[in-house]
Design a protein around this ligand. Structure first.
Ligand code: AMP
Ligand code: GLY
Length: 430
């Protein structure tokens, strides 16, 4: 069986790593992939994974490639191609593809759609309003005393949420999006949400439109610096399982969100096949959905893949074929931690092309896997090529052992100006 994986980040490396361990694939292409991805070899025949130089948003070139090579299953990592309708396009041309179609991917592509859906189907969510005019948006923010999250409706490369703690900040955020157009089309419509306090967690639910299966809860660390300070990033590290949401509590929390969600999908004719990743806040009044994502989290995927015991090819195929009903998700009992090394300056300006040293020293450590995110090859050297560069991932019987192992491995790797948080999973392992 031949697989085609779209994307180039740490998430896609983790997916490819796990897909390559299945006995089913005899060939895996990745577009555009990264140097870590093309280092992976298929367990079935020892063949390396092949990177194809096509961007994840070049839908017509991706389709040309699929028409030529005829993969048996295409797996989509990032949100943008999903929001652009890659699933519909591939299906129209007879290709089997895993991920939500354009209609279903609106849960991430439009925050206004998600907010209105949550209200309509009684999904626990923050109090919020959807606005296109600054006047009413400002009045609503004032009713929250300026304590609000101002969110661009559309996809904005992780820059679409501004957290405000007073009216002045809220007015500035509202004006920046609706009047000054700093996010272009994505910010022409906004959602203003009450600002909630509590503990954040990531849920991941595999849905085939009828049945759903739950992953363990995980926790990302979005801020750039230790102690949850500094600017918001794509995610500086994650761990799973999240000890504050285990077993029955997790199932209860997820059911309160997913049961009305899947019923709402049926009602609206949304055939959601893929991963739904609700970002939630555990407040004193219960869990609330801050946002829905229509793909796997990054770096959450990096901590899920070492724990997942199912064959990932079979799992994603079953999801695509509306056949999840007979499948049980299985995870081992380990705990897993992923620590991100990023380029100095990230998420602001940073320099690329720094040589990465010491990575080969980590290859032989049992229970450690380094996923590539922003790397490239320059001459004979592996160099930095993005904000988030590597996800150093370790698993062990306890979370504190996994942390220790991840940080010990991270200490062997160096590049100039690197940025790394030293407290990933720390709060949870006390
Ligand atoms: P996002 O970029 O959409 O992942 O959101 C960035 C971060 O903003 C989230 O991880 C939360 O920390 C924060 N956030 C978003 N909405 C809210 C809210 N309603 N209340 C509190 N924090 C929020
Ligand atoms: N973990 C953050 C994200 O994937 O959006």
């Amino acid at each position: 069986m031949k697989l085609f994986v779209i994307g180039s980040g740490g998430r896609e490396h983790a997916l490819v790593w796990r897909l390559a361990q299945s006995p089913h694939p005899t060939k895996i292409w990745s577009a555009p992939g990264n140097p870590g991805i093309s280092d992976e070899r298929l367990e079935s025949n020892g063949m390396p994974v092949e990177n194809v130089p096509i961007g994840a948003e070049d839908l017509s070139l991706l389709l040309d490639f699929a028409n030529e090579k005829k993969p048996d299953l295409t797996v989509v990592g990032p949100d943008n191609p999903l929001g652009m309708g890659i699933v519909d396009l591939f299906q129209e041309h007879g290709h089997k593809i895993w991920g939500p179609n354009k209609n279903a991917a609106r849960f991430e592509a439009s925050k206004a759609f998600s907010q209105e859906f949550m209200e309509k189907y009684d999904i626990p969510a923050p109090k919020a309003g959807v606005f296109t005019n600054p006047g009413p948006a400002g009045e609503f923010a004032a009713s929250l005393e300026g304590h609000c999250a101002v969110k661009a409706d559309g996809l904005a490369l992780g820059k679409g949420v501004i957290v405000c703690t007073n009216q002045q900040e809220a007015d500035r955020a509202i004006n920046d999006m609706l009047v000054n157009g700093i996010l272009g089309e994505a910010g022409k419509k906004i959602v203003v949400q009450e600002l909630l306090e509590g503990v954040e967690a990531s849920l991941h639910v595999l849905s085939d439109g009828e049945s759903w299966r739950l992953f363990p809860a995980s926790q990302d660390h979005k801020r750039a610096y230790d102690g949850d300070t500094g600017p918001n990033t794509g995610g500086m590290g994650a761990y799973a399982p999240a000890s504050f949401l285990r077993n029955s509590e997790l199932l209860e929390t997820a059911s309160a969100i997913i049961e009305p969600w899947i019923n709402g999908c049926k009602e609206e004719g949304i055939d959601y096949r893929g991963i739904l990743y609700p970002g939630i806040m555990l407040t004193d009044n219960g869990a609330r959905v801050l946002e829905f994502n229509s793909r796997f989290g990054d770096p959450e995927t990096q901590v899920y893949m070492p724990l997942l015991e199912n064959d990932l090819v079979e799992l994603l195929s079953a999801c695509t074929e509306k056949n999840l009903k007979g499948i049980e998700l299985k995870f081992n009992d380990a705990a897993c931690v992923c620590v991100v090394k990023a380029s100095g300056g990230y998420p602001g300006k940073y320099t690329k092309g720094k040589t990465i040293y010491g990575l080969e020293d980590t290859h032989q450590i049992p229970g450690v896997k380094v996923f590539h995110a922003g790397t490239s090859i320059q001459g004979n050297n592996l160099v930095t090529n993005g904000g988030r560069v590597l996800g150093i991932t370790a698993w062990a019987d306890t979370l504190s052992d996994a942390r220790e192992k991840a940080y010990a491995a991270a200490a062997r790797i160096q590049f100039e100006g690197e940025l790394m948080r030293t407290d990933i999973g720390k709060k949870a392992s006390i």
